[in-house]
Write a protein that binds this ligand. Structure first.
Ligand code: ZN
Length: 129
């Protein structure tokens, strides 16, 4: 799935720009968050899944910037926070995808098309325990 053109971070609309090259401090980077202009830049030369991960990472920077938490952390602490948030997000995505594909596979084998659609409509995400 391609990245969205805009995302809301803590209620603020950020534009997402996919660019051939993203430069930060004279170095090529995968992504960059400009919280003043509210733009997240994502380098084009990545798979969709890598772009997703980059976007989550940069959105995490945006969240820390908007909340002001970024100013209470050093640059490397900010970076670690964004890496942790991204790792958690990706773990959750993986967990939800596994649940969804498992349930649809088992339903598909014993239900008709219409029944599968209906049962997927009423499946709610697993509650945390
Ligand atoms: Zn970062």
């Amino acid at each position: 799935m391609k990245p969205p053109r805009t995302i809301a971070i803590l209620g603020r609309k950020f534009r997402v720009k996919i660019q051939k090259k993203v430069i930060y401090r004279n170095e090529e980077v995968q992504g960059l968050c400009d919280s003043v202009e509210k733009v997240i830049y994502v380098q084009k030369d990545q798979t969709n899944s890598e772009m997703h991960e980059t976007l989550v990472h940069e959105a995490a920077h945006g969240m820390l910037d908007i909340s002001g938490i970024n100013q209470k952390l050093t640059e490397s602490e900010n970076e670690i926070m964004c890496q942790l948030i991204t790792a958690l997000h990706m773990d959750l995505i993986k967990a939800f995808k596994l649940k969804q594909s498992n349930s649809s596979v088992s339903k598909r084998s014993r239900c008709q098309e219409g029944a599968v659609k209906h049962s997927q409509d009423v499946i709610s995400p697993p509650k945390s325990q």
